[in-house]
Ligand binder design. Sequence first.
Ligand SMILES: Cc1cc2nc3c(=O)[nH]c(=O)nc-3n(C[C@H](O)[C@H](O)[C@H](O)COP(=O)(O)OP(=O)(O)OC[C@H]3O[C@@H](n4cnc5c(N)ncnc54)[C@H](O)[C@@H]3O)c2cc1C
Length: 549
Amino acid sequence: MTANPSLDDARPLLAAADALLERAQQAARERTDGGEQIDAHQVLSEAVAYAATQGRAARELAAFVEQARREGRADPALERLAAAGIAEQVRGVRNRLEPLIEDLGLGEAALEQSFPSEVRAALRRVGHESVHRAIGRHVCETRGRERLPLDELLDQVRSAVQEFAEKEVAPLAERIHRRDELVPEDFIAKMSELNFFGLSIPEEYGGSEMGNLAMILTTEELSRASLAAAGSLITRPEILTKALLQGGTEQQKREWLPKIAAGEIMVGISVTEPDIGSDAAGIKCRAEKRTVEGREVWLVNGPKAWCTFAGRANVLAVLLRTDPDVSKRAKGLSLFIVPKDPFDGHAFEMKQPGGGRLVGKADATPGYRGMHSFTLNFEDYEVPAENLVGGEAGLGRGFYLQMAGFAAGRLQTSGRACGLAQAALEKTAEYVVDREQFGRPISEYPLTQFTLGRMASLLAASRAITYAAAGAFDEDERRAAPLAAQAKLLSCDMAVEVTQMGQLMHGGWGYAEEYPISRYVVDAQVLPIFEGVKPILELKVVARNLFAR
Ligand SMILES: Cc1cc2nc3c(=O)[nH]c(=O)nc-3n(C[C@H](O)[C@H](O)[C@H](O)COP(=O)(O)OP(=O)(O)OC[C@H]3O[C@@H](n4cnc5c(N)ncnc54)[C@H](O)[C@@H]3O)c2cc1C
């Protein structure tokens, strides 16, 4: 038994997972008629979608190490971390599919053929507790601060953001959370100065076009300091940017993108309504075209819910029903850029000279504080005609543009989840080294080391799939959207699990507000809820894409 396996030791596991997944996906494709009948087989579809996501993460972790080897950045610690991370995900694939093997029509033989006894032995060896303990000891030595090794330029981006976040954001993060304060203007000004809002915006529209991986690294480091008061500031601009790039008119891109890139305007995204969540195609809040005093405007009426940052935002990207025929569902929806004044506090009222009104009230939440999420009500609220995204051609295309925006949002959220888990890993490593019980630091106990090792290897797999999705996004956003959804799915679950493991390692103090791990836990819990609540993301995005013929 070696406590130092390498990627090569994990290769048979990847092949086994691939073989089983291929058969499971094919069976699910047939069972659901190419994804058309997923609702009749939700439980099976969910399991296959999740297993496929874990298989993909394992493959991306292997690909990451292969590239690191080629570029001279791999070392035994990285190889061991990757091997354990792959074993963890592959075990997940097997455990998830095994109970459904008959339902999939595959039978015991399929399981045995993909995972013969020598592969099962390799899985036990590579994913052995001694490997995780060795990783855990390394995490304690480095206090969890090690990241996956990247090239020099990206490493510089990461270090620069880290320095900023540690100096400017971290000292205020606790206060903002506990007092439920609004993100300070100072953060926004400094983040704008450092160009954090324009990383994935093309240069011709005022961005720095550093690419999606730079955006992810920036997001991670900001989220490590504060998910709600820093890392999440980038989400909304990312969503609107991608929607505009996909379907905005040239004039709209020139009008809005430079302002987003410069951090001149803050954005809110408003899709959800009090009665409409996952079934976004059923949106009822409406916009009607009118001529008011010789001006062409859209009048907006109806309630919206959970619009994060709606108070401080200068514009809201609002998905509205422009065709009153509700049977048109998604085809009757259009996307608007709705200007408003910025407000601080937990409630606001915006009155327009013509009598239009927008009121907002923040809903109290246990975590994810700093931006406040608002229930809104629009009453004859005027929006200039030119703010219909895509112009006349954008009528009825809002749902599609919003989904394009969400694909980018999911990628960014995957980065947020990794940053938050990184924070939990570091604080836990520091704590267990300092904390003594029964006369020894608790970091010396095998179970503590094992837990830290698992935290690190789960995080490594999520990072690998997130970085792969970012790279794929640079190449072709549309084709990369399903991978971004898988990255979001896995990373958000990972953040929930890793923060809770960290909390447990803190004992009672992990439940005290005084220790940041308690904030990380409540912050992480929101991650699998938005941008497609987990079951919907699994069924309607991941499974649908995987099972399509
Ligand atoms: C803190 C916070 C911030 C948010 N910020 C924003 C924001 O800025 N902008 C915005 O537009 N929205 C935002 N949201 C809303 C979020 O996107 C929604 O909560 C989410 O889409 C789920 O919608 P819902 O809450 O109405 O749940 P529902 O859609 O009612 O779902 C409830 C449960 O039922 C399950 N379910 C529903 N339909 C099915 C089905 N067909 N099959 C199986 N299971 C099903 C779901 O998976 C879920 O578990 C935010 C939410 C929170 C909590």
